[in-house]
Ligand binder design. Structure first.
Ligand code: KG4
Ligand code: ZN
Length: 354
């Protein structure tokens, strides 16, 4: 089965062609970082305009690199949400148009499901059930993944997502957007124990996250030093902040595994590209006899390969999406009582209010 995946939920326009759920024929990503960087974050209208400009050439490049044409495709998978609605609508409308003109079925895919299934794009794959941590610019959530299409949320962020905290701390330190990769690099020269930034555990049993207190603590530290004209060591701030995020992410995901008696954990999302997080989780996993899976770096950040993959499993269960389906900004799937099973959750009736 040959699937074209399309992703346009935030500031990457991406398209990928996947054969039979495991052979990635192409994976094209056009990043808009240079467009948004001067503003210190993603500007929604600029993102939509760029997606509009990029969607055709990106899809064309993905098909060409894969050596296929539209008529070869068996299905289209497109990110339906969560994300910026103006951006999502570009990809969704493009997929609907191809679907209508070429009579190719399409499925709307939840972006977070794409992330949490992304370890299946690698050679070594997790076995079910596994615990997944999705840590990205928009989300920090823990899931119990029972099958490719039966997924239960266990914990979520109560305020800032992990990647958002990296980006905001980057801004506080005057670094370029996105802060995550730069902080990660600077942290290599810093001392992670230099500054005792707080860890929000939110109670012994909680699998929820909160990073806004940590972000405020970094802001206070920096501003106090600036006000007193006292120098401070940026790599130490980066390393100490990063350590606080990594410690909480690792402990909570391993606690989820322990609470549910599961010995497999998968890490996904843009923050999963963080080398300190990858190393720390591998080490703790080995100590606690938990197998850790994580996608390669280019499959951690936003891409369409993971969308094609999630779409493949929807098609495998004969699920398709109708033309009146809309994009959604927030996933109902993240509600603690929601079990994502068999079908993509977002029908207009259950769509979350922005
Ligand atoms: O998954 P992603 O590409 O987009 C969303 O779905 O949000 O994640 C982007 C986020 C950004 O916040 C970025 O700063 C963060 O992932 N990120 C990192 C690293 N690489 C990307 N954070 C920490 N360390 C990294 N190496
Ligand atoms: Zn993402």
């Amino acid at each position: 089965m040959l699937i074209l995946g399309i992703e346009s939920s935030c500031d990457e326009t991406a398209a990928a062609v996947l054969r039979d759920g495991n052979i990635l024929l192409s994976n094209v990503i056009n990043s808009q970082v240079a467009v948004h960087s001067p503003y210190g974050g993603v500007v929604p209208e600029l993102a939509s305009r760029k997606h509009l400009e990029n969607i055709y050439p990106v899809v064309e490049a993905a098909l060409t690199q894969a050596g296929v044409v539209l008529d070869d495709l068996d299905g289209l998978a497109v990110t339906q949400g969560p994300g910026l609605v103006g951006s999502l609508l570009i990809g969704l409308s493009f997929a609907k148009a191809i679907s209508a003109v070429k009579s190719i079925p399409y499925v709307g895919v939840d972006h977070i499901v794409g992330h949490l299934l992304s370890p299946f794009l690698e050679k070594e794959q997790p076995e079910f059930p596994y615990i997944a941590l999705v840590a990205s610019g928009g989300h920090s959530s823990i899931f119990l993944v029972r099958s490719h299409t039966t997924i239960q949320p266990l914990g979520r962020t109560r305020d800032d997502a992990a990647g958002e905290a990296f980006d905001k701390v980057g801004k506080i330190l005057g670094l370029e957007y996105p802060g995550g990769p730069i902080i990660s690099r600077l942290a290599e020269q810093g001392n992670p124990a230099a500054i005792p930034f707080p860890r929000a555990w939110l109670g012994a049993e909680s699998l929820d996250f909160s990073f806004s207190g940590l972000k405020t603590s970094v802001a206070n530290y920096v501003h106090q030093h600036q006000q007193k004209n006292e120098p401070f060591n940026i790599p130490d701030v980066c390393a100490s902040f990063q350590e606080a995020v990594v410690e909480v992410l690792c402990e909570k995901v391993l606690k989820a595994a322990q609470m549910h008696g599961i010995s497999t954990v998968a890490l996904a999302g843009g923050v999963a590209a963080n080398s300190r997080l990858r190393a720390a989780l591998q080490k703790l996993g080995a100590q606690r006899k938990i197998r850790i899976f994580m996608p390669s770096l280019e499959l951690c950040t936003d891409n369409a390969a993971m969308i094609a993959l999630a779409g493949y499993y929807h098609f495998a269960e004969k699920s398709t999406t109708s033309f009146d389906t809309d994009a959604y900004s927030r996933s109902p799937f993240l509600h603690p009582d929601f079990v994502f099973a068999k079908n993509p959750p977002p029908s207009p009736a259950v769509r979350a209010q922005p």
